[in-house]
Design a protein. Structure first.
Length: 358
């Protein structure tokens, strides 16, 4: 199983690289500026286990699809979409690092400084980071077109429609995330539904729901089967985000590639914070209130806020929810008539999504 996953990850890497190479040719008339953009996109898209692409390939095989190469191509498109989302996300969150290296907009700001160009280096970097994300999104659509052009027309239409629905939902989910974080922290008591809606729209949609659906669609599965895969993807995608929240609070930077407690400085509203706010005392709420969302919070301040969360039962509640969601998704998958070997692989991937360390 591990060998198969590694082989597929390499195949996705190759398709991503091929798509970016085609993009590089298209933008070559821009000269050095083109290379500056593609260098950042390539660096930002490298690494990772390619979970979304693995889910697409796994679902294709589970429904006994005949074209694993097409599933890999669609997977490459979704991985490029993920890269575009991260590039935009890092600008919106004012993040310094991504996967252990400077975030693209920071690297582009450094380029501005090195050349002594006019204006604000930070403003230049932010704008360039957004454009890098836009260019990556275009590359994702190119990769999707290349892959689906080899499908039967009906299947191609379905996959493209699913990709469009996913992209639109994620975009509004990002806005919802910003909207929730912009409200006073004291309002968090009433924000449980909104926090869950963010997980559903911004993360679960493109982390599991639509990848599983697109994998089924490219195999020629029925509309009912595609809907069933979406139903499996929603809970496992939420479990994926809950695990991300745990790692963002307590994960080791050397493993996650992000500074410890970075979510605290970003002011992310998560179920961990929601549980902690409701369970802690006035002193704990004061600590969270004074630190969450403060970009200039010291390491000691962040550590104190993390300690408030850890001192409650927030982590235990979130871990219990992750387990419940994973069991529910796995149970739904078990009930489907699928290729046995591919079903085992998908079951493994569902667990990996919920229990990863980075």
């Amino acid at each position: 199983m591990d060998n198969l996953l590694k082989e597929r990850a390499r195949a996705v890497d190759a398709r991503v690289a091929a798509s970016l190479a085609t993009t590089a040719i298209a933008i070559a008339p821009a000269g050095a500026a083109a290379l500056e953009m593609t260098d950042q996109i390539a660096a930002s898209s490298a690494g990772g286990k390619r979970l979304r692409a693995q889910l697409i390939a796994g679902a294709h095989d589970a429904f006994r699809g005949p074209r694993p190469d097409i599933a890999i191509g669609i997977g490459a498109a979704v991985e490029l979409f993920q890269t575009a989302a991260l590039l935009h996300d890092d600008v919106l969150d004012d993040s310094d690092t991504r996967r252990g290296r400077p975030a693209a907009h920071r690297a582009l700001a450094q380029l501005h400084e090195q050349h002594g160009w006019l204006g604000s280096a930070d403003d230049f970097g932010a704008a360039a980071g957004i454009l890098a994300g836009d260019l990556t999104l275009m590359a994702a659509h190119r990769a999707l077109f290349d892959a689906t052009s080899a499908l039967a027309p009906a299947a191609a239409t379905t996959v493209n429609a699913l990709f469009a629905d996913m992209a639109e939902l994620v975009t509004v989910g990002q806005y919802l995330d910003m909207r929730v974080a912009a409200q006073p922290l004291a309002d968090i008591v009433q924000q449980e539904r909104a926090i869950r809606d963010v997980m559903r729209t911004k993360t679960a949609s493109y982390s599991a729901e639509f990848p599983l659906a697109m994998g089924a669609a490219c195999a020629g599965a029925s509309a009912g089967s595609i809907a069933a895969m979406r139903d499996i993807g929603v809970p496992i995608g939420i479990a994926f985000q809950l695990r991300d929240d745990v790692l963002g609070l307590t994960g080791a930077p050397a493993v996650t590639g992000k500074p410890a407690g970075d979510d605290v400085r970003e002011g992310k509203r998560t179920m961990l914070v929601w549980h902690a706010w409701n369970a802690t005392d006035a002193g704990g709420r004061d600590c969270l209130q004074s630190t969450l969302g403060r970009r200039d919070a010291s390491d000691a301040d962040v550590a104190a806020a993390v300690a408030v969360v850890v001192a409650t039962d927030a982590l235990e509640r979130v871990e219990a929810e992750i387990e419940s969601l994973t069991r529910a998704a796995s149970s739904q998958l078990a009930d489907l008539d699928l290729d046995a070997e591919a079903k085992d692989l998908l079951t493994y991937l569902l667990g990996a999504a919920a229990h990863r360390s980075a």
